[in-house]
Design a protein around this ligand. Structure first.
Ligand SMILES: Nc1nc2c(c(=O)[nH]1)N[C@H]1C(S)=C(S)[C@@H](COP(=O)(O)OP(=O)(O)OC[C@H]3O[C@@H](n4cnc5c(=O)[nH]c(N)nc54)[C@H](O)[C@@H]3O)O[C@H]1N2
Ligand SMILES: Nc1nc2c(c(=O)[nH]1)N[C@H]1C(S)=C(S)[C@@H](COP(=O)(O)OP(=O)(O)OC[C@H]3O[C@@H](n4cnc5c(=O)[nH]c(N)nc54)[C@H](O)[C@@H]3O)O[C@H]1N2
Ligand code: SF4
Ligand SMILES: [Mo]
Length: 884
């Protein structure tokens, strides 16, 4: 339970690793004595050196027990562990006995620890004898895995985080690093400030917050990255910029060049001048790192995009040297660890190949396993199709929420609901997926369990238990091991603790290393309990000739020939393109302060105040043509489903394209589930869905009324559109409907569950507005504002009145002398838009630096600095995405 002794940790602080993104920041956490944690960045962790972003900073606020799943549940009824584990083991055993091993499946997650993942993979591949284990990494990193394996013969990120600081040119393509990998982004910002000659290019159809530091932003057409990088490869060749010495280590150069030379560059939608500038910068800069993420991976040509990028680095030999290389930034905290244990359906373990009989034999004998699958299992989309067809009859979903995050989410939800047997392990029962489970298994979450995770640059760090697991929750690896034992393999699943699982994983990597795999951490195979408890972050390979932990510049690859492979690729537009019925290309992604389905980040009131409801970004000309007004609602449709989202009019998106974030679910905004719209077109090589190019129609949502409410207890809205979020002291809810309730007082009592509260009401029939304040013992317990137009009032202000005796609530405005801070821009220090704007307008602070000095905003994690800069630039009232 303790970290390595070190000067910078204060007494009581435990060293751990952030729960969220693949940057893998070190965290020092200390129980606050009230069930929460005091959290700060670990100054000694190589990924962050003390920094944290808004989400990391708020980790301590997400530990509350509200909504936690605290004990096993069978068929909606509380059960004890013994009964639940036997039930899961029996159902899996019976199903396999009757229908064979491929009639069952696990769907797991890059947010599990390496130890959890190792046990799940061993149980399915070695003992059940099926490869039907796939993971949400299929939606996330599969195209990179495929691209790496094609080029390098192994799934390995060649470089390190230092390379991003050492580079003279950082190209970010399909990555909103400022919001999705904020600490890494801040490292680049700091490096650029120290060395102004460093340049940054952002390639993204949207002008994101990341563009704030870009010397060049290329608003590329969706899906067209291959065309751009092929243009680059052809030009590298034309200018003689290839590295002939490194070419000796490569196969496929001629074929790749031939494909690149005939590429149709017009697909990029970029001007000749823009392309020429980019090619000049890239070719003219020796030290270049090309960072890529979901704008590359989540595409039906994702693997080809990855190889188009890698081709340019191989051709120039700019790989595995300080400040050079292709760099896949991973999304989840343990996306990399999951790949290291071979958790994908088409992987084995320790970077070994499932299609290689010698590899399978080696793993089988190491595990002493009865049975191994003969080849790859079903990839996520195919897996849920097999569930839909009834071919998979028993399913165990762990640490992921496919009923909202898979493409065609409504269809996946129905498939799970109809599955003969579905077990779900989660920290909460209120997810779109958990609601469908026959058996719910309570998992110990981040901060409550021990394990290890691998970040984007191959650094393995410990996550440590800081608080006791609540209720009867258990770590996922232990739950899996219990089921393995009860299915009939007591010896193979009998570990006393996570350390023992880690040792076994490390030992297996030694077997892999002897077979030629690059992933070999077998020097940790004898780690004792103390060694595991105090394990400091280390990057693999920790030893050997690979100086600095970089790969491939030595010309050693892991293909059968030992040479690297250039892959000939040709750009393809997205599978489905807009047409008369579905004229808009929908792009999806993330916002700064939320994590996926918000089961963790949504617990922090602070994080909810940045963007409090689902929205769609649309270009001003498109909005005007469609009659969409800022803060109104839009309905998006296609054959897969529909969504209703708040309108955010902005020229950050291109005409004909709309962007919507992925975070809302049945729990927070039932019509905000954007994956209901995403069609399940997949990359033919990787099986990764095209989540960023979905044709949809867009039209105004014909709401007759709009509402906004705050309440101390969780509201239960029943209307065409709603989105609820926790705020300080309670909840806020945005609403809209086509049917108008007959009696607003009755509706308010129902919505708030307050049959007996005293109601103060102000109606304005001429304007059609209603204002209701619900009081108990003289205190405001809830308030509802209704209007035929989107409700314009200060969200933050009204939420702040909850629990108070102030009878001004119905005015909807901040009382004199109580300035309204507005939507929170700086989540770390809680500074609102209005406060910042006021400082700008009064001339008190006129730069990001002076605002940080005067107000604190932007001084901690820095991820709001682009937004502060935008406020300065605009210095006019900003459109709010209906945040707080
Ligand atoms: N705040 C926050 N951070 C997160 C997460 C989170 O939920 N919230 N999740 C984590 C996870 S699991 C992941 S995988 C990462 C994802 O990190 P990112 O990949 O950076 O995030 P996204 O917003 O999904 O997509 C990145 C960008 O790709 C652009 N894009 C779309 N289509 C194309 C295209 O065809 N070409 C190019 N070049 N760009 C395109 C989008 O406009 C978007 O801005 O974030 C991680 N970090
Ligand atoms: N349209 C569209 N769809 C996308 C994406 C996109 O960009 N666009 N991105 C895709 C990507 S990259 C990703 S990674 C996925 C993410 O999608 P999901 O993995 O479905 O999203 P999460 O909300 O992270 O789900 C994690 C679940 O695990 C639970 N949990 C948390 N900690 C623990 C634990 O310790 N143990 C257990 N057992 N459970 C725990 C949480 O409560 C939550 O329910 O979404 C994908 N879907
Ligand atoms: S960048 Fe933020 S979310 Fe990612 S690991 Fe660091 S603190 Fe956590
Ligand atoms: Mo991801």
């Amino acid at each position: 339970m303790t970290g390595p002794a070190h000067l910078s940790a204060q007494p009581g602080e435990i060293r751990t690793t952030c729960a969220y993104c693949g940057v893998g920041c070190g965290v020092l956490a200390k129980p606050d004595g009230q069930g929460g944690l005091a959290v700060r960045g670990d100054p000694d962790h190589p990924a962050n050196r003390g920094r944290l972003c808004s989400k990391g900073t708020a980790l301590g606020e997400t530990m509350g027990l509200e909504d936690r799943l605290l004990h096993p549940v069978i068929g909606g009824v509380r059960a004890d562990w013994d009964t639940a584990l036997n039930h899961v083991a029996d159902r899996f055993r019976e199903t396999i006995a009757e229908h064979g091993p491929d009639s069952v499946a696990f769907y797991v997650s890059g947010q599990m620890t390496t130890e959890d993942y190792y046990v799940a993979n061993k149980l399915m591949k070695g003992f059940i004898g099926s490869a039907n284990i796939d993971t949400n990494s299929r939606l996330c990193m599969a195209s990179t895995v495929a691209g790496h394996k094609r080029a390098f013969g192994t799934d390995t990120v060649p470089g390190t985080y230092e390379d991003l600081e050492l580079a003279d040119l950082v190209v970010l393509t399909g990555s909103n690093l400022a919001w999705c990998h904020p600490v890494l982004y801040q490292r680049i910002v700091a490096a650029k400030a120290a060395r102004p000659a460093m340049r940054v290019v952002v390639i993204d159809p949207r002008r994101t917050a990341t563009c704030d530091i870009a010397d060049l932003h290329l608003a590329i057409a969706p899906g067209a990255d291959v065309a751009l990088f092929n243009a680059l490869l052809a030009e590298i060749d034309r200018r003689g910029a290839r590295d002939p010495r490194f070419a000796r280590h490569l196969d496929g150069m001629a074929e790749a060049l031939a494909a690149a030379r005939v590429e149709d560059v017009s697909l990029t939608g970029l001007s000749a001048a823009e392309i020429a500038t980019f090619l000049d910068m890239w070719i003219g800069t020796e030290k270049v790192v090309t960072v890529f993420s979901q704008g590359v991976n989540q595409s039906a040509s994702g693997s080809d995009k990855v190889n188009a990028i890698i081709n340019c680095h191989l051709a120039t030999g700019r790989i595995g040297q300080p400040g050079m290389g292709p760099f896949s930034v991973t999304g989840q905290p343990n996306a990399m660890g999951g790949r290291e244990v071979g958790g994908l359906a088409n992987a084995l373990a320790s970077h070994l190949d499932i299609d290689n009989p010698a590899h399978r034999d080696a793993v089988q004998s190491f595990w002493n396993a009865p049975d191994m699958p003969a080849g790859a299992g079903l990839k996520a989309v195919d897996m849920f199709r097999a569930v839909e067809r009834g071919e998979i009859k028993a399913l165990w979903i762990i640490c992921t929420n496919p009923a909202m995050s898979m493409p065609e989410a409504d269809r996946v939800r129905a498939a799970i609901a109809n599955c003969d047997f579905a077990a779900v392990s989660d920290i909460t029962a209120s997810t779109d997926t958990a609601r469908l489970a026959h058996v719910l298994l309570p998992a110990a979450g981040w901060g409550e369990r021990d394990g290890s995770v691998t970040n984007s640059d191959r650094t393995i760090s410990r996550q440590r238990a800081v608080l006791p697991a609540p209720g009867e929750a258990r770590p996922d690896w232990a739950i899996l091991a219990e089921v393995g034992q009860r299915m009939g393999w007591p010896g193979a699943f009998d570990w006393p603790d996570a350390a023992a699982v880690f040792r076994e994983h490390a030992a297996l990597s030694g077997v892999a290393g002897r077979l030629g795999a690059d992933f070999d951490i077998s020097d940790h195979a004898a780690l004792d309990a103390e060694g595991y408890a105090t394990l400091a972050p280390f990057r693999w390979p920790a030893a050997g000739a690979r100086q600095g932990g970089r790969f491939f510049r030595d010309g050693r690859f892991f293909t059968p020939s030992g040479r690297g492979r250039m892959i000939p690729v040709t750009a393809r537009p997205p599978v489905a393109e807009p047409d008369g019925n579905h004229p808009f290309q929908l792009n999806t992604g993330r916002i700064r302060d939320q994590w996926h389905s918000m089961t963790r980040s949504g617990r922090s009131a602070r994080l909810n105040r940045h963007m409090g409801e689902p929205f769609v970004e649309i270009h001003p000309e498109d909005a005007e043509r469609l009659g969409l007004v800022p803060a109104g609602l839009a309905e998006l449709r296609n054959h897969a489903g529909r969504a209703v989202l708040r309108v955010l009019v902005t020229d950050r998106v291109r005409r004909g394209e709309v962007f919507a974030p992925i975070h809302w679910s049945g729990e927070t905004a039932p019509t905000g589930r954007v994956d209901a719209l995403v069609t399940a077109h997949v990359d033919p090589v990787s099986g990764q869905p095209e989540s960023k190019a979905v044709p949809v129609s867009v039209a105004p949502y014909a709401a007759r009324w709009f509402g906004f409410a705050v309440t101390q207890a969780r509201p239960v809205p029943e209307c065409g559109y709603w989105a609820r979020a926790r705020v300080e002291g309670g909840w806020q809810v945005e609403m809209a409907g086509i049917e108008t309730p007959e009696d607003w007082e009755e509706e308010a009592r129902r919505l708030f569950g307050l049959p007996d509260a005293q109601i103060m009401r102000v109606s304005d029939p001429a304007r059609g507005t209603e204002r209701l304040a619900l009081m108990e013992e003289g205190r405001l317990v809830a308030a509802l504002f209704v209007s035929p137009e989107p409700v314009a009032l200060s969200r933050a202000h009204l939420a702040g009145m909850l629990g108070g005796e102030d009878r001004q609530a119905l005015s909807g405005r901040a009382a004199a002398g109580r300035p309204d801070p507005g939507p929170v821009l700086c989540a770390c220090l809680g500074v609102g838009v209005n406060t910042i704007r006021e400082a700008i307008v009064t001339g008190r602070a006129t730069s990001v630096a002076t605002i940080s000095e005067a107000l604190g905003a932007g001084s901690n994690c820095g991820s709001c600095r682009p937004e502060i800069a935008a406020l300065i630039a605009a210095a006019r009232p900003a459109a709010t995405p209906r945040a707080a």
